[in-house]
Design a protein around this ligand. Structure first.
Ligand code: SF4
Length: 325
């Protein structure tokens, strides 16, 4: 990614949760995000992929400052927002928004659809009543909930899951943010509407030139969505690169394990990935030093007791594994 149009810079970001065994017991840390570094350019999309419990949702929420970072830096549009107090984050709340996994829980049941989409405009004091109505209708058109007059007056319980997620998308985009983090936006929807919603998100992202971080456990959906794939395991980004390159030439044993779970028509690929079993995710509480994938890795060696560095193995293709160091 080139430096000149970087929107978001994340540097050695950590989010640890302090835990205590009993009232006066030993302090332990759940290291959900542990030293993540990357840049995101304006108008580009990243898919952040990993099993549940890998830290990807915590990373998304920490970037949005919905969680307090433990260490590291978050630079947005050149401004360090890592420790900005809440009352100085108002502009960032307009610039960066979240689409949550569960549209059923995310939409207030007692508001009309029109009111739900208008609310961020009211909070951010944007436009008068008529201008806001126009923006709400435009947002409904953009997510293809038409005729807009009909949908505007409905309540969430009158909509299908796919329609509710379209409302959540309209609400996230109505302020025209520069960054949207979509956390498993289709995982709770029927398989029949998942690709529709992903295609809609991708179209809007392209047209409105929004930068996206698409969080998912489903590597198969990323090819429809993003220029970049980042693979997250146990709080670390273990591999990142251009989507086509990662899908064509995965290098980290964990990426291979994820890819082995996707039906692949090419028998050579299936054979290539078969030797890495998916296994169980590790605990993030006081993890031992070294590579966190080692207990599952068929290639683990003595050196893996130390944490591997991130190596750029080919242009823009990074792997955190001693096999490539
Ligand atoms: Fe496997 Fe070692 Fe690479 Fe970790 S660093 S993925 S244990 S080979």
């Amino acid at each position: 990614m080139s430096e000149d149009n970087v929107l978001l810079k994340v540097v050695k970001l950590r989010k640890w949760f302090e835990m205590r065994k009993g009232l006066f017991g030993e302090v332990m840390y759940l290291k959900a995000v542990d030293g993540v570094t990357f840049d995101l350019n304006e108008g580009e999309a990243i898919s952040l992929v990993g099993e549940s419990g890998s830290g990807k949702t915590t990373l998304g929420k920490t970037i949005l400052r919905l969680r307090e970072p433990t260490d590291g830096k978050i630079i947005f549009k050149g401004k360090d927002i890592t420790h900005l107090p809440n009352d100085k984050l108002f502009w960032y709340r307009r610039e960066a928004s979240l689409i949550q996994q569960d549209p059923f829980g995310a939409l207030p049941a007692h508001f009309t659809i029109s009111k739900i989409i208008e609310e961020p405009l009211i909070i951010h004091k944007m436009g008068d009543k008529e201008e806001r109505r126009e923006r709400v209708y435009k947002a409904l058109e953009e997510v293809r909930l038409t005729p807009v007059e009909d949908f505007a007056s409905k309540y969430p319980h009158m909509l299908s899951g796919g329609q509710m997620q379209r409302v959540a998308i309209a609400r996230a985009l109505v302020l025209r943010p520069s960054l949207v983090i979509a956390d498993e936006p289709v995982s709770m929807l029927d398989a029949s509407v998942r690709i529709e919603i992903l295609t809609l998100l991708r179209e809007l992202q392209d047209r409105l030139k929004i930068s996206f971080i698409y969080i998912t456990h489903d590597l198969a959906t990323t090819r429809y969505f993003s220029e970049w794939i980042f693979i997250m395991y146990a709080g670390h980004i273990v591999e990142r690169g251009i989507t086509k390159e990662i899908l064509r030439n995965p290098l980290h044993p964990y990426t291979k394990a994820l890819l082995s779970a996707i039906p692949d028509p090419d028998p050579e690929n299936r054979k290539k990935f078969r030797d890495v079993p998916p296994g169980e995710p590790p605990s993030l509480i006081n993890p031992p030093p070294g590579c966190r994938f080692a207990p599952r890795c068929p290639f683990a060696m003595d050196k893996c007791k130390e944490e591997p560095p991130e190596i750029e193995v080919s242009p823009k293709h990074f792997v955190k594994c001693w096999l490539y160091a």
